[in-house]
Design a protein around this ligand. Sequence first.
Ligand code: BYC
Ligand code: FE
Ligand code: FE
Length: 483
Amino acid sequence: MTDFMQVDYDGLIPNNVGLNQDDRVKKALEKWHPGYIDWWMDMGPVGFQESLVYLRTAVGVGSNGWAKFDYVRMPEYKWGILLAPQVEGRTVPFGTSKGEPAWQEVPGEHRAMLRRLIVIQGDTEPASVEQQRHLGTTAPSLYDMRNLFQVNVEEGRHLWAMVYLLQKYFGADGREEAEELLRRRSGDADTPRMLGAFNEQTPDWLSFFMFTFFTDRDGKMQLEALAQSGFDPLSRTCRFMLTEEAHHMFVGETGVGRIIQRTCEAMRSAGIEDPYDVGRIRALGVIDLPTIQKKANLHFSLTLDLFGSEVSTNAANAFHAGLKGRYHEDRLEDDHQLEGQTYPVLRPVDGVIQAMDVPALSALNMRLRDDYVKDCQKGIDRWNRVITSAGIDFQIRLPHVAFHRKIGEFKNSLYDIHGNPLTTDVWSSRRDEMLPNGDDQAYIEGLMAATPERQPGKYAGWIAPPRVGIDNKPGDFEYVKLA
Ligand code: BYC
Ligand code: FE
Ligand code: FE
């Protein structure tokens, strides 16, 4: 198409933002770069940094052919800054400034709020890399190892995307925030990452796949909401990040799906019909479906907390200001201002969970979460089709949104996966049937530690091979050339 879509791929920092004509930002980013590499070496994937990994690198922002695949050592990955093309004549799509030309500079009165949104978004990206850093050694195949590393380098690029916005548009405090993003650490007692779920562990591959299915999907929803922003550089950045995000959720959905498939196959060939016959199923070296359900319960509930409180003035302010919209704001048909409208929010009233209408502006987190739950359900339905076609009487279900919550309306009470209130005692006695317990975790980690697979085309016994290769490569393709 036109010139602005050209990516300058030659310099230290590939980009399509004209970095060569912007000395100040170029210097700032080049100064930030060594700290980023230090962070990657300290907190990125453990081992395999010298291995050649068959990675895709973004080299353009057109609708087809935006990436190229090649063998790359991870520390040499080209972490570029790529914005989706500017939309001619774009206006602020919602809020009190709706209809004004989209902002190309930070609107002064919204500076603090915008910076905060960008910093929180940026903080999650390296956090996820930190959480996943130990998984390489237990990879069930070179294919899966490659997918892990692909997700990791792209989350690194997403950090670059937010750091670019901070360096370009927020001056000295932007530089300070960019440094802080490299300083916080997932799970650290003194300098933790900002949001709860990003300080949890990702101790095994089932958790990794659940994380990319559930938590990267929060990433998708939040990026969709920020892609609607009236601040045009944020919108364009997020639009491009979303093209990468699709693969992360693909990794999660197909990863869990392949584990389920393998479990069902193993049960069938052993003639086991009862999915709760956990001892015999585990003896086959596969992961029983009830444990997969518990992992889903855990990661779904942790991720729901990332939507913030159901009723939130922060969310109302960000919408009012034209900074953060709704999912598919541009496809919704209403006034895009929401004054005087209402939205139903689930809340506990005298121990009973009820839907209550509240001002729509204050319920935007709830609304985004509702859209998220619907999106999750589609993937769950696909997992269940695998179980059904194997003739096994079991279905994976999303737990009730009140289950196991630390943020929002349900944080002060305990509920089971159906949304029934529980006393502390009952919760304690039933916790282990709803969330992965010590035995479950020990079984999974033991299994995965015992069966890493490094031969091209071979897979650990607890996961089925993928149906197609990455970049249409054949089944025995060597996705990682181990150093
Ligand atoms: N943990 O009004 P409230 C991704 C804080 S994932 C800790 O309820 P608000 C990715 C909140 O900060 C997407 N604190 O909520 C995925 C506030 O604190 P202050 C990441 C929390 O602000 C996988 C107070 O509670 N992007 O990209 O409307 C791999 C009251 O807040 C939490 C974004 O999240 C929590 N869970 O909504 C890699 C988008 N929740 O101000 C990457 C940007 C709330 O009182 N962020 N608090 O100190 C936002 O839009 C909003 O900040 C949130 C929270 C949706 C996160
Ligand atoms: Fe990301
Ligand atoms: Fe992601």
